[in-house]
Design a protein around this ligand. Structure first.
Ligand code: C2O
Ligand code: CU
Ligand code: CU
Length: 461
């Protein structure tokens, strides 16, 4: 593949990928896109009787919109940047062309103030996804820039209602204003937790649902730090998909561990009687927290879970394990390193983490070397080895992988884009390198991502 030079990126260049920079800008004016997002600052009430200043959203007047696409159908999304800093948007979990992946310099020039960029792609997989910036990521996500994206199946599974639940914390003081987005000493360990848990930007919201109906709860953990254990109490609730990939067999919605970036689709059969509420509960050592309540309303529809059509698997290729090459990636502390270099996409000013003992130098024009180069079409086993005493949700852009085995636990054979790597765990995952390009590979605890735990894999013919 052609390497992008700094000049290519800055000038729109002549490279194959560089052409998208200008292509995106020009075509945006030609015809209205299917969707449009404006990245903007706003003041918005999160805590009662307060207005949080300096929030950021993908809409000028409220929480990020839920984008609904159809599997196999081409879509276009215009993103305009009304912030007074650069940004760029990544579509988490979508296996789309590299030039549409929204990673600064690796795939496109950041979208600067007042500029817009048109993303165009055809989602190959159905399920629950999300989107977020990949520029000044810690601050922009902390201020609110995490939205949900739903790709509908070809065949409607038969729910009465579809309810996206964007689960995340904010770091707010009692006055409802942002406090420091992170603490350096936490960034060097497990990460800094938020102070206020929200669902769709609301604290402990209540949703009215038709009694006896079938509801698809779409959980997306878009928080920057929190690895949580979730459960649905009341009703009948089964997990039917994780990270947009259907489970071969549904499992009860109990003890469901989700880390930043992960999603779960839950089929809920709402109780028949109004006095039997259902809750989405975050289980915590220091006290469980009900994140949302669902109230049955009206005469029971008397539906049953078995009336739902099972979700069809996504067309993710199966790795050929017998011929797969094993590649090891070690996640650990950073060797004594320089602080990341300043960038228009921000830096926290520290280096704490590394992959294969190299810390990411920051979101810079590069060019940088990939952690590994994979041959297009070949099968690989990535051996993810965590040398640190902290957990890391490891995320790969552009391709999905299957969990194979761990040295610590029995794993379900899930297909995913984000795998929680426990402390000192070694996890083998398998993939087919079927999507060419430079694919970001990083921890989704954003403090880790921004202090070294980032790199990229190159897939080339
Ligand atoms: Cu959801 Cu590179 O991230
Ligand atoms: Cu991603
Ligand atoms: Cu991490």
């Amino acid at each position: 593949m052609t390497r992008l030079s700094r000049r290519d990126l800055l000038l729109g260049g002549t490279g194959v990928l560089g052409a998208f920079t200008l292509g995106g800008l020009v075509s945006a004016k030609a015809q209205a896109a299917d969707h449009s997002l404006t990245i903007a600052s706003l003041d918005h009430g999160i805590l009662p009787e307060t207005v949080t200043q300096g929030m950021m959203s993908f809409a000028a007047d409220g929480p990020p919109p839920v984008l609904r696409l159809k599997r196999g159908q081409k879509t276009s999304i215009d993103v305009s940047n009304a912030l007074n800093e650069a940004s760029v948007v990544h579509w988490h979990g979508l296996r789309i062309a590299n030039a549409m992946d929204g990673v600064p310099y690796l795939t496109q020039h950041p979208i600067e103030t007042g500029q817009s960029f048109r993303y165009e792609f055809t989602p190959p997989d159905a399920g629950t996804f999300w989107y977020h910036p990949h520029c000044n990521t810690l601050e922009q996500m902390s201020r609110g820039l995490t939205g949900m994206m739903i790709v509908e199946e070809d065949e409607d599974p038969g729910f009465d209602e579809d309810l996206p639940l964007n689960i995340r914390d904010f770091r707010l003081g009692g006055d409802g204003q942002f406090i420091a987005f992170y603490k350096a000493r936490n960034a060097a360990r497990g990460g800094t937790l938020g102070t206020v848990s929200t669902v769709n930007w609301k604290v402990a919201p209540t949703f009215d649902l038709a009694a006896g109906s079938l509801v698809r709860l779409r959980l997306a953990v878009t928080d920057i730090t929190r690895v949580g254990t979730y459960e649905i109490t009341g009703g009948e609730a089964q997990v039917i998909a994780i990270d947009s990939n259907p489970l071969p067999r549904p499992v009860p919605a109990k003890d469901l561990i989700l880390s930043p970036g992960q999603r779960a689709d839950i089929a809920l059969r709402v109780p028949d009687r109004e006095e039997e509420p259902v809750t989405l509960r975050l289980k915590r050592r220091n006290g469980d927290r009900d994140l949302a309540t669902f109230r049955p309303r009206g005469q029971s529809l008397r539906r049953e879970l078995r009336e739902l059509k099972p979700l069809q698997p996504n067309p993710v290729p199966e790795a050929d394990l017998a011929n797969a090459e094993v590649m090891e990636f070690v996640f650990g502390w950073s060797p004594e390193g320089d602080a990341p270099q300043p960038s228009i996409c921000g830096t926290l000013g520290y280096t704490f983490w590394s992959i294969n003992r190299k810390a990411w130098p920051g979101d810079l024009p590069g060019p940088f070397d990939p952690l590994a180069t994979l041959k297009l079409g070949k099968s690989y086993i990535l051996r993810l080895r965590n040398e640190s005493p902290n957990a890391h949700p490891i995320h790969l852009h552009g391709v999905s992988f299957r969990l194979l085995q761990s040295n610590k636990r029995k794993l379900p054979p899930l297909v995913t884009d984000t795998a929680l790597l426990l402390e000192e765990e070694t996890l083998d995952v398998a993939l087919v390198a079927d999507n060419p390009g430079d694919w970001a590979f990083h921890c989704h605890v954003i403090e880790h991502q921004k202090t070294g735990l980032t790199g990229f894999l190159r897939i080339e013919a």
